[in-house]
Design a protein around this ligand. Structure first.
Ligand SMILES: Nc1ncnc2c1ncn2[C@@H]1O[C@H](COP(=O)(O)OP(=O)(O)OP(=O)(O)O)[C@@H](O)[C@H]1O
Ligand SMILES: [Zn+2]
Length: 671
């Protein structure tokens, strides 16, 4: 007879505890999926074993027995340990963490394993001869793997330095030693080339690709292949970090600075942190790769927590693109009101004449930014969210980019009855229209959320650009993410100010990253490329540093500011959001929670609690939102999360409560 502590598969905070059962099946172990009779009615529920024991330390009255042990599905001990850690780290329930590690969906019962990407035609095995920089990188990682030690490497390599080649060599090394690997990319649909290269090198049998387009049945099949140990490499986006691999030797996070690695849904985990946690338990190495490492990662490298590897040159020696800043205030003075500065127009013309391709980047989709009345200043806003609606010309509608609500644009102003309702500002849809007007003889395409809703549309747009059919590609940040095309001569950044003006302490960091990444798409072949940055803030340090490809200077200025203000990487920033139907209630409860938190952690912490204040998105889907921001300095995380979690539980388990509470540690957006 064994005794087990289990977590019940229940979606509530009331039952987020460990429940003890006896178990007659000797096959039961930590991580087993079981069924148990639960609560008064003894309904059979699914559950997961967190602990096992041969004896009970004290007698339990009315101890029930496990109903059955699932022979197919189980978590590894390491996965269970990671779940317990996640619960503490991200203030989630046990079951929220466990669900990350278990397969969604059920067996497809088709008897045939369906592998996605089976038609991929990648490069043949062997790989390329490494450049000296690539070789140095691999050589400094190899001994750590040989020794079976854990370490984190921050591979800071300029755009086009060939980081993927390093990942593949390191993974090869691991597999040669009988170990496994996780290869993470920020967005799978944008990285078909990377996947092709891996499949070409390692073959489909050894690889599982996890992505959101898989059906539930496919996902289940892939999960089982991995769990049975048939797969050596798992490639995927954020959730692939939970792949049920054992004996992991390497975890790679490509473009480690990308916000997609942070989950904004429960559990609100950070895949970089989970990767390091899992790697430690597996004695594995973590490779964090980027041309623009996050400030947090660079700081950790500086502190000696990570080992930094620098790659300063593109693999083929082509210099980084030549970057020019265009002061849009001057354009205005010259009477140019178009979205194209004279220099940008001339550069586009020149590149098209030379048969080189052009990328135009603007980090805002839609046609205009807002719809407003010229006579009275009325602005169309989302009734649910309170944010201004964006005009989409192709649909002839004003759309809320937060909740998706859309409505027709009125002919007359609903406020003053005037007929001067107009749309202002620029989005990618308008850039496309303008570009078509000015360059009617060229093929122009657009890559943003609106043009990629249909299945396969991303592939289509990227393929036609790769083949050279598209002359000008216009897009949002999707075009800044790792695309590797050799014939791009020019990248034009229509407005660098959009990200700069977002109310977030990371806006400068994001701007620097986006410009550098977008610029990095230019001149990846043999000929040098050119980049034009249009801005009303030509003297901003983020823009100047991006122009000079000068990460270090940016890092120094930015970390100085962050240190003074006590922002990450010098603290963890915790966001507590209270939502309620009445604005007054949300504010009042937020106030109470602030006091309760301070009582819990001590009066001397009061100065680290900011707010309550209305969240920048004051109203979402009809609920008013108020927030507290808490700066949590090193050594305090445990105490803070404990108090916060108790507050959260009190609210979430109160059946009469009219509020919602959400706690997010280092969210990627504070809106
Ligand atoms: N040693 C090499 N020999 C030949 N070609 C190489 C070599 N290393 C990399 N390449 C090629 O260089 C291109 C860029 O490599 P990769 O996509 O890995 O760059 P990256 O460092 O990830 O850049 P980014 O940060 O811009 O995404 C690819 O087309 C790749 O095939
Ligand atoms: Zn809305």
């Amino acid at each position: 007879m064994k005794y087990v502590n289990v977590v019940i598969d229940n979606n509530t905070d009331h039952t987020d505890n460990l429940y003890t059962y006896s178990c007659a099946d000797d096959n039961v172990r930590v991580g087993s999926k079981v069924t148990v009779p639960f609560a008064m009615g003894n309904r059979i529920k699914e559950a997961y074993v967190i602990q096992t024991a041969d004896q009970l330390t004290e007698e339990i009255k009315g101890l029930k027995a496990v109903d059955a042990v699932d022979p197919e599905i189980s978590l590894s001990e390491e996965a269970v340990a990671t779940c317990i850690w996640m619960k503490r780290q991200y203030l989630c329930r046990y079951i929220d963490a466990i669900k990350c590690f278990t397969p969604a969906g059920t067996s497809s019962k088709r008897g045939k394993i369906r592998t996605p990407y089976k038609d991929a035609t990648g490069e043949s095995s062997g790989g390329k001869a490494l450049t000296p920089e690539q070789k140095n990188a691999v050589e400094s990682i190899r001994p750590v793997i040989a020794a079976g030690e854990h370490n984190v490497f921050l591979i800071h390599g300029v755009t086009g330095s060939g980081k993927t080649e390093i990942y593949m060599k390191v993974i090869e090394e691991c597999i040669g030693r009988g170990r496994t690997a996780i290869m993470m990319v920020p967005e799978i649909s944008l990285t078909p080339q990377t996947i092709d290269r891996f499949i070409g090198r390692f073959g489909t049998e050894q690889i599982a690709v996890l992505h959101s387009k898989l059906s539930l049945g496919e996902r289940y099949d892939e999960w089982m292949r991995i769990r049975r140990g048939e797969v050596k490499i798992v490639i995927g986006a954020r959730s692939a970090i939970f792949a049920p691999l054992e004996n992991i030797g390497t975890i790679v996070l490509d473009e480690e600075h990308e916000t997609t690695y942070k989950s904004d849904m429960t559990p609100k985990y950070d895949a970089v942190e989970v990767a390091i946690r899992r790697a430690k338990k597996n004695h594995a190495v973590v490779l964090l790769g980027s041309a623009t490492p996050s400030l947090v990662s660079s700081y950790k490298a500086e502190q000696g927590e990570y080992h930094k590897i620098l790659l300063k040159e593109r693999y083929n020696g082509t210099p980084l693109p030549d970057v020019e800043i265009v002061d849009m205030r001057e354009e205005l003075k010259q009477g140019n009101r178009s979205i194209f500065s004279v220099s940008l127009y001339e550069e586009i013309k020149k590149n098209l004449a030379e048969k080189r391709q052009v990328i135009l980047f603007l980090n805002r989709r839609g046609y205009s930014t807002f719809v407003s009345c010229r006579s009275c200043g009325y602005v169309m806003k989302c009734k649910e969210c309170g944010i201004s609606l964006t005009y989409h010309k192709s649909r002839n509608e004003a759309v809320c980019h937060f909740c998706g609500h859309s409505e027709k644009v009125p002919v007359l102003c609903p406020d003053c009855g005037g007929k001067y309702i107009k749309h202002f500002g620029t989005g990618t849809e308008k850039v496309e229209e303008m570009t078509r007007e000015i360059f009617p003889d060229y093929n122009i395409d657009r890559l943003d959320l609106d043009t990629t809703t249909k299945k396969g549309s991303i592939d289509k747009i990227l393929n036609s650009f790769r083949k050279g059919k598209t002359n000008i590609l216009i897009g949002t940040q999707l075009v800044a993410k790792g695309l590797d095309f050799s014939n791009v001569g020019l990248v034009g950044i229509i407005s660098a100010d959009i990200t700069l003006n977002v109310p977030d302490f990371r806006s400068a960091e994001r701007t620097f990253q986006l410009i550098t990444q977008a610029a990095g798409r230019a001149g990846r072949g043999d000929r040098r490329g050119r980049v034009l940055i249009q801005t009303y803030h030509p003297d901003h340090y983020a823009i100047l540093a991006a122009k000079d490809h000068d990460y270090d200077t940016f890092y120094q200025s930015e970390s100085l500011l962050r240190r003074q203000l006590g922002y990450p990487p010098f603290s963890d920033l915790m966001q507590v959001v209270l939502s309620a139907e009445k604005e007054k209630d949300a504010l009042e409860l937020c106030r109470q929670i602030a006091e309760e938190f301070i009582r819990g952690v001590g009066e001397e912490e009061r100065r680290y609690v900011l707010g309550p204040q209305a969240a920048p998105m004051n109203k979402i889907k009809g609920l008013y939102r108020y927030q507290l921001l808490i700066k949590c300095f090193p050594g305090k995380r445990k105490a803070y999360t404990k108090v916060l979690n108790n507050i959260r539980l009190k609210i979430s388990t109160d059946r009469n409560a009219k509020y919602l509470i959400s706690v997010d540690v280092n969210p990627y957006s504070f809106l």
